[in-house]
Design a protein around this ligand. Sequence first.
Ligand code: ADP
Ligand code: MG
Length: 116
Amino acid sequence: MPATVGGKALIDLRNISKHYGEGQTRVDALADVTASIYPGEVVGLLGPSGSGKTTLLNVIGCVIEPSGGWMMLDGEIVYDARWLRADLRRLRLEKIGCFRRPISSPSSTARRTSRR
Ligand SMILES: Nc1ncnc2c1ncn2[C@@H]1O[C@H](COP(=O)(O)OP(=O)(O)O)[C@@H](O)[C@H]1O
Ligand SMILES: [Mg+2]
C-alpha cells in the first residue's frame, strides 16, 4: 500500500450486484462485488470484454442503479438496496465531480478544454 494511502475508504462497495433484463434475457453483469478504495490509491480495472468494467464504473459514478448491495462514497452511504438520495445529479456533482476539472482552468475556453 503506498505511503499516501490511508484513512477511511473513499469508495466502499459491499455485495454490489447488477443485472440487466429479466427472465431468459437476464444478464448478471455484477455479482457480489465487494471492494474498498482509499484516498491516494490508483486502481486499474482489468477484465475481458463483457466482464462488467463499464457497469461497475457506472455504478460507482451513480449513473446506473445497482440491483442490490451497499455503497458508500466519501463517508456517505449513498446506496443500500436503493438510492438514499433523491437527487442523483447533485450526488454526482458532490461525490464524483467532473473528470475534466483538473485540466480545465478559468482561462480555458470550452473549445480548448474539449480538445484536450
Ligand atoms: N444496457 C445493457 N443492457 C443489457 N445488457 C448489458 C447492458 N450493458 C451491459 N450489458 C451486459 O452486461 C455485461 C457486462 O457489460 P460491461 O459492463 O459493458 O462489460 P465491460 O465494460 O467489461 O466490457 C455484458 O454481458 C454486457 O453485454
Ligand atoms: Mg466497457
